[in-house]
Design a protein around this ligand. Structure first.
Ligand code: ADP
Length: 161
């Protein structure tokens, strides 16, 4: 059984994340979506529990497991028995950052490989933070996030005005 860990904040999960998970499922027997607990992102829109529920709801009956972690990512991956870390690449900025992380993580845990998956063109420009920004000003985010999550994002941002 070959598992890959896909870490992130997923606040909220977007169609860009879904593309990476789908592609990960083509390569591995299982994808463990790892929601980071200790990310210093100023104001989270959804709680960790809500994000877990969102992701679980999208992958019923598929080999996707959702977990949280607050340790070094490579230690979490090793403890889960995963052979790889998945990361998505949207553009050159992601490459620069991710390649540095690849080398650091390889030093820390040589047995866990990092697999960088380029985003398909139609989701390359999507990020959780941009989606929230658009929704905050009343823009239509339905092309960028799964339908029911789009509605939740918009409702939450409008109710907090
Ligand atoms: P982080 O805080 O680690 O950036 P995110 O939830 O924003 O967490 O992203 C998690 C992973 O998903 C990262 O590897 C990021 O590059 C990737 N990702 C995010 N959005 C997209 C997208 N639209 N296409 C491809 N990969 C993406």
């Amino acid at each position: 059984m070959r598992s890959a860990v896909y870490p992130g904040s997923f606040d909220p999960i977007t169609n860009g994340h879904l593309e990476i998970i789908r592609r990960g499922l083509n390569l591995f027997d299982e994808v463990i979506v790892a929601v980071a607990l200790n990310v210093r992102k100023s104001s989270a829109l959804f709680t960790i529990e809500e994000r877990i529920e969102h992701i679980n709801g999208l992958f019923e009956n598929e080999p996707v497991t959702v977990k949280t972690f607050d340790t070094l990512l490579v230690d979490f991956a090793a403890a889960e028995g995963a052979c790889a870390i998945l990361r998505g690449i949207r553009g050159p900025e992601d490459v620069a950052y991710e390649v540095q992380m690849v080398h650091m993580n390889r030093q820390l845990q040589p047995n866990v490989e990092t697999v960088l998956i380029p985003a398909p063109t139609h989701t390359q420009f999507i990020s959780s933070s941009l989606v929230k920004e658009v929704a905050k000003f009343g823009g239509d985010i339905s092309p960028f996030v799964p339908e029911h999550i789009a509605a939740e994002v918009s409702a939450r941002l409008n109710s907090s005005d």
